[in-house]
Design a protein around this ligand. Sequence first.
Ligand code: ADP
Ligand code: MG
Length: 729
Amino acid sequence: MSSRRILAMQQVINREPLESDRPAEKVSNYYGSDVFGKDAMREFLSEEAYESLQNSISHGTTIERKMADQIAACMKAWAQSKGVTHYTHWFQPLTGTTAEKHDGFFEPIEGGRAIERFSGNQLIQQEPDASSFPSGGIRNTFEARGYTAWDPTSPAFIWGGTLCIPTIFVSYTGEALDYKTPLLKSLHALDKAATDVCQYFDKNVTKVIATLGWEQEYFLIDSALYNIRYDLQQTGRTLFGHASAKGQQLEDHYWGSIPERVVAFMRDFEYECHLLGIPVRTRHNEVAPAQFECAPVYEEANLAVDHNQLLMDVMEKVAIRHKMRVLLHEKPFAGVNGSGKHNNWSLGTNTGKNLLSPGKTPKTNMQFLTFFVNTVKAVYEHADLLRASIASANNDHRLGANEAPPAIMSVFLGAQLSNVLDELEKAVHSGKMSPEEKTALKMSIGRIPDILMDNTDRNRTSPFAFTGNKFEFRAVGSSANCGWPMTVLNAIVAEQLIEFKKEVDALMEKNVEKDEAIFQILKKYITQSKKIRFEGNGYGDEWKAEAKKRGLSNIPTTPPALEAMIDKKSLHLFESMGILNHRELEARYEISLETYTKKIQIESRIIAEMVNNQIIPAALNYQKGLIESVKGMKDIMSAAEFKKYSESQMDLIKEISDRVTLIKNEAVLMTEERKKANNLDSAKKQANAYNEKVKAYFDSIRYNVDKLEAIVDDAQWPLPKYREMLYLR
Ligand code: ADP
Ligand code: MG
């Protein structure tokens, strides 16, 4: 009988390629048509309601109940005009995915009839029984309710035939239980801090937003193969699998010609994205076989995060239509590259200026330098927290695995900007500057735009790199909700800018001239934060040694990395910025630990199941045939012949027995460690035990399973192999 794998492979081979069903039209014809955006608002809202909503979006003003009723009714009318019958508050609980509970618009009325209704109350707030979402102990069962509240800054949209209203999600007592709440607060803090600093340079700046353009990496595999890989289904990654002879070593996949089947998928998910106003624009093959990337045009960070969360959902659904599965896990396959979500981050003003892009005048260049140096300083001060913000069981496979930025936080500036900072450090001194010195300094700053024009310096090994007009936080994991690392980044930069302003103002009060005061503080920051700057190869062992010398942390696994979330510095940061109080932060820390434990626990269980139900039976089955063959040889051969010819088969038989025994014993020991870990009395102890004790068996079990894969008859091996999964026609 053929193995399940052979049957699945036949399905893959016989697949008729699916055509894309994207209409043959230009994107601008339908872009954003499933979004309750400005156009829809103009069409459906009264002037008054439109103004009130726009005001709320730009200035955070509250919308009156009466107005909310009107907006809700119009939203409903718009949605109904598109055949929509249900609505949902759409939020981002700490599970990392999105949550939705659909409700119908209709209400039964007397006479056995029904009408459609959607009130302002229903739009603004819901009280879901949300006791099953992670809360880190914040919510006791007697106050199991949480509530969701409308975020008017992210427009409602129609997805899957349902009107989705982006909301925050908080406990009944007001604590944040989601990613959006702290993100919005961090954006608010950053706006205030950055706008204040902008006043030194430009009084017209009244608002600063963070901008985010994420680059999303992912793998695709055929559904037939995915459906019989329980590890992929349940953990998102392959727990076993012998490396394919041809992996990524020829570097022939990166930016290669995209397989037709994949292009059809890309066209379709991009189409869905464009209907939803998600500006995905770039697509290409990534480094690993079957790995791809998409990237949008950047947007305001809160909207960009919503769009990324939505994109991941869209991709997963559209892939299924194309008989493929999208793998968003950070490391679905060992031995080839994992996937990240590079977060390109910058700051934009209401005057249309990118604060991390130098301008034409010395003044704008000084403004650029101010934000640039303060960001570097913020990363230096809170490197460990930034590291913690991207920590997850999945991402541990990437960081420091010689293909992704290391777990050591550092900042890459490029040679030219490094020079500018070095020059600045030398030129400025604490005493009064002479007019000549000032001119020299201004000249050197004046050169920045030209420097950046031909700044093609790229460093792919840095976790946090300046790329000409933005910073790229490259260590973020592909499946992560990037709202959290963005919250941290916004928070630390906000805190830093407040500190900066305080210091500059203090000097100015002592009659130091403004420009000079700014330079002096910047110089101080440049000196203080030097250690975090690194221009070399982040993958090399030399960097690990060098970083250690510099006193930078290198924490390769999640449980110890998470500690930085709740150290004094972080607690103070989040509280003083009004983003998360101690209780909320500690709850988040607990949840991160629990999530880690559960992920490793599931992996460990799946390893034991697959080993016992699939791998060992396949190996023993193959061995049985060998034994029969040897027995048969004995019957038909002379003793001398038998000795000569049975030897290699006997070796195989013994090797199988050896490996099966090793696997079996280790699986038992692993299960025992799991039991011990489960009995520990704190989330921290459990996570550490899973990290240090349980996970310790994964590699050695896998090693022997992969060796078996290499010797067992191909026709009898039950699991799709790397060479099959990583190959997409
Ligand atoms: P790369 O060379 O890294 O691919 P791109 O210019 O293509 O660089 O940009 C990658 C991402 O960075 C895109 O999503 C892009 O929209 C985004 N990006 C560009 N400018 C900004 C900015 N000012 N703020 C945030 N993201 C930006
Ligand atoms: Mg990039």
